[in-house]
Design a protein around this ligand. Structure first.
Ligand code: ADP
Ligand code: MG
Length: 614
C-alpha cells in the first residue's frame, strides 16, 4: 500500500489558534461544516473544469465532475468525495496546514489581544475546511492531484495540534474527505439529516450531488444567468422552488451589477399576501447567498422589514463566505446590498404603476399595507414609497384609487392642504357630516379605511409641500360659499353658541357656527391632533380594565341654517329644560357621527324623556 512511512507535522502556530476559534466560537451551527466541505468540492471541480480547457494531460481525465457523499451511521462517518483538481503533497501542507496570508499573524495577534471576533477578516483567510473539526474526532483527506506524475496521499488530523501525511496508492483524481464524527455529533451520519442540510445549503451548487447513491435535487442558480436567455416558465419554476410556492409571481426583479458591489439578485412578489389572510407575520424570505452557497435563508438585516413579503435570492461575491451565519458582522455591507435592491424594487413598482395601472392596483390591494408601513417607518425610502400609495377619494368611484400626485394636480386654487377622512369604509364617510362641506366647495378628500393610514399621515406630514390634514379636525378652515336658506342672525348665533357651551359644559372645548355644514345640524371636530377616532378606539382596546379613558376633546360646530338649530334657538325661551335635553342629544348625535361616542347608556334615558314630551 503506502510507499513511504507517515510523516508528522505540527500545525503552524497560527493555525492552532485559528482551529480553536473555529471549533469553539466562530460557528454556532455545527451543520455548517457540510456547506463548507461541499463548497470546497465545488470549487475544486470548477478549477478542474478551467484546467481541462488548457491542460491535455489530466489524471483520470474521463471522471465525471460530481460530488458524491456517503454516510455510515454504524461507523459514524460522513465522506465527501469530489473528482476535482485534488492536491499534491505540497499543496496539502500549504492549503491545510499553513496560513499563507501575509497579514494573518498580525490579525491573529490582534484577535488574541482584544478577545474579539472579526468574522469579516476570518472570511478572507478561508477557514471553512477547519469547520469539520467542530464535529470530527478525526478528519482524513485522501487526494490525488490532477497532475499525472504526483502520487496520492492521505492527510489526517484530530485537530489538536498536528497532522500526518502518508502516501497512498489507488486514489482517484480529486479529494475524498472522511469525517469521523464525535459521538455527540453522530446524527450527521444519518442519511435524512444530511439530505436536509444539503438541500438547504447546497441546492444551487453547479455540480451534481449524490447522497448514498441518490441524486440530491439541485437547481440552476438562475440569478447568475443572463436575463435574455431565461424564459418566463423558468422564472416561475425557480420561484416555486425557492419560495415553496404554488402560484406564479406577480412581479419579478432580476438584477445584476458588478460595481461598486457584485450583486446578482432575483426577487419575486407572490400573488397573495398571507398576512392579510390572517396567517402569521411574514419572516424575511429573501435568502442571502455567496457564489451560489447559502449564507442565511432568513437574513434579518438585509432588506427593510416592510419588504418581508418578497421572496428570492440576493447573491454577492463580496460576502466573506467562511464566516458563520450568526456572527455575521459586516452589517454595513448587508445594508448596502439591501439598499441597492430596495431602490431597484421601488423603481420597478413605479414603472409598473405608470405602465400597467390595473395590475398595479391588484398588487396594491394585496400588498399596499406594506408600502404604507414603509412610508410611515422607513425614513430612507419614505419619499419613493409615498408616491406609490393609493387611496379612494371623494372624486373617485368606489374601488378606484388616486395617487397623491394626481390629488395634487387637482388642487383648488389656494388649497394648501391634503384632506383625508378615516373610517372603516366608504359608506361611513359618505353618510357622515364631515364630507358635505368639502363637497360643497369641490375639495377632494382621501378616503382611508386602515388604521395605518393615520400613521402614514402623522409621520410623513406633507407631500409636495402640502400638509396632510384630517377633514374632521378643528384646524380645518373652509372658505365661505353661498349657502341655501335663511340663517339665524349673527346676534342669535352668538347667543346660542354661548348658551350651548354653558349647557354642555366640559364635554366640549368650544362651540361655534360653521359654514362647512350643508345637510347636518351640527358636527364634532376633533381638537386632538394625535388621537383621531380610530386611534382612540385602538388605544381603548389596548387599555387594561379599570384604566380610565382620556376624556374626548371636541369642538362643536353648528349649522345656523338648519331647522333643528333654529328650533333649538326658539325652544330656549319656551322650555329651557327641554332645550337642554335637545342640546345634549345634538352633541351625542355629532359624537356618534364622529365615532367618538363612548357611553351610549345616558342617551337612551334622555331620548325616552324627549319622546315623552311629543
Ligand atoms: P477557502 O475555501 O476559503 O480557500 P478552506 O479552509 O475551505 O478555505 O480551504 C482551504 C484550501 O484548501 C482551499 O483554498 C483549497 O486550496 C484547499 N482545498 C480544500 N478542499 C479541497 C478539495 N476538496 N479539493 C482541492 N482542494 C481543496
Ligand atoms: Mg472553503
Amino acid at each position: 500500500m503506502s510507499t513511504a512511512t507517515p510523516q508528522k507535522f505540527e500545525f503552524q502556530a497560527e493555525i492552532k489558534q485559528l482551529l480553536d476559534i473555529v471549533i469553539h466560537s466562530l460557528y454556532t451551527e455545527k451543520e455548517i461544516f457540510v456547506r463548507e466541505l461541499v463548497s470546497n468540492a465545488s470549487d475544486a471541480l470548477e478549477k478542474l473544469r478551467h484546467l481541462q480547457l488548457t491542460e491535455k494531460d489530466v489524471h483520470d481525465d474521463n471522471l465525471p465532475l460530481e460530488i458524491a457523499i456517503t454516510t455510515d451511521d454504524k461507523a459514524k462517518t460522513v465522506t465527501i468525495q469530489d473528482f476535482g483538481l485534488g492536491m499534491t503533497r505540497e499543496e496539502l501542507i500549504q492549503n491545510l496546514g499553513t496560513i499563507a496570508h501575509s497579514g494573518s499573524k498580525q490579525f491573529l495577534k490582534a484577535l488574541g489581544e482584544s478577545g474579539a471576533k472579526n468574522s469579516n477578516l476570518i472570511g478572507q483567510f478561508g477557514v471553512g475546511f477547519y469547520s469539520a473539526f467542530m464535529v470530527a474526532k478525526s478528519v482524513k483527506v485522501y487526494s490525488h492531484s490532477w497532475r499525472k506524475d504526483a502520487p496520492g496521499h492521505v492527510w489526517s488530523s484530530d485537530g489538536s495540534g498536528s497532522y500526518e501525511i502518508e502516501e497512498v496508492d489507488g486514489q482517484r483524481r480529486g479529494a475524498k474527505i472522511v469525517v469521523e464524527l464525535k459521538d455527540e455529533c453522530a446524527e450527521f451520519a444519518q442519511d435524512w439529516k444530511l439530505k436536509e442540510i444539503l438541500t438547504r445549503y447546497s441546492a444551487f451548487v453547479g455540480f451534481p450531488i449524490t447522497l448514498n447513491g441518490e441524486k440530491i435535487t439541485t437547481v440552476q442558480a438562475l440569478w447568475l444567468r443572463n436575463k435574455s436567455e431565461i424564459k418566463d416558465e423558468e422564472y416561475t419554476e425557480f420561484y416555486k422552488f425557492q419560495a415553496h410556492a404554488h402560484d406564479a409571481p406577480r412581479y419579478r426583479l432580476h438584477f445584476n451589477a458588478d460595481a461598486p458591489l457584485t450583486i446578482n439578485a432575483l426577487v419575486f412578489v407572490p400573488q397573495e399576501n398571507t398576512e392579510k389572510l390572517g396567517f402569521a407575520r411574514l419572516e424575511p424570505s429573501v435568502a442571502l447567498y455567496c457564489r451560489k452557497v447559502l449564507i442565511d435563508a432568513q437574513p434579518k438585516d438585509l432588506l427593510p422589514e416592510w419588504l418581508r413579503f418578497l421572496k428570492g435570492v440576493i447573491d454577492s461575491e463580496d460576502l466573506p463566505l467562511n464566516i458563520s451565519r450568526e456572527t455575521m458582522q459586516d452589517k454595513a455591507l448587508l445594508d448596502k446590498l439591501g439598499k441597492v435592491i430596495t431602490k431597484r424594487f421601488l423603481k420597478l413598482l413605479e414603472e409598473e404603476s405608470a405602465q400597467r395601472a390595473d395590475a398595479y392596483n391588484e398588487f396594491y390591494a394585496q400588498f399596499g399595507i406594506f408600502l404604507k408601513e414603509g412610508a410611515a417607518l422607513d425614513f430612507t425610502h419614505k419619499d419613493q414609497l409615498v408616491k406609490l400609495l393609493r387611496w379612494e377619494s371623494s372624486l373617485t368611484e368606489k374601488g378606484k384609487t388616486t395617487s397623491l400626485a394626481d390629488y395634487v394636480s387637482r388642487l383648488k386654487d389656494g388649497q394648501k392642504e391634503i384632506y383625508y377622512l378615516v373610517a372603516p369604509n366608504r359608506e361611513a364617510i359618505e353618510s357622515g357630516p364631515y364630507l358635505e362641506g368639502f363637497k360643497a366647495r369641490n375639495l377632494e378628500v382621501l378616503f382611508c379605511y386602515e388604521a395605518v393610514d393615520e400613521y402614514v399621515f402623522n409621520n410623513v406630514r406633507e407631500f409636495d409641500g402640502k400638509k396632510f390634514l384630517s377633514a374632521d379636525h378643528s384646524d380645518v378652515k373652509l372658505e365661505d360659499v353661498p349657502q341655501q336658506g335663511e340663517a339665524l342672525s349673527e346676534a342669535d348665533v352668538k347667543d346660542l353658541t354661548k348658551w350651548l357651551k354653558d349647557a354642555l359644559g366640559a364635554q366640549v372645548a368650544e362651540v361655534k357656527s360653521s359654514d362647512r355644514l350643508v345637510g347636518s345640524p351640527a358636527l364634532a371636530t376633533n381638537a386632538d391632533k394625535f388621537a383621531s377616532p380610530m386611534m382612540r378606539r385602538m388605544m381603548k382596546a389596548m387599555k387594561k380594565p379599570g384604566e380610565a379613558d382620556e376624556p374626548v376633546k371636541v369642538n362643536l360646530e353648528i349649522n345656523p341654517r338648519h331647522a333643528v338649530i333654529k328650533k333649538l334657538h326658539a325652544l330656549r325661551a319656551a322650555d329651557a329644560d327641554k332645550a337642554e335635553l335637545v342640546a345634549e342629544q345634538l352633541l351625542d348625535n355629532a359624537l356618534i357621527a364622529a365615532g367618538l361616542l363612548e357611553d351610549p347608556s345616558r342617551m337612551v334615558a334622555r331620548l325616552n324623556k324627549l319622546l315623552e314630551s311629543v
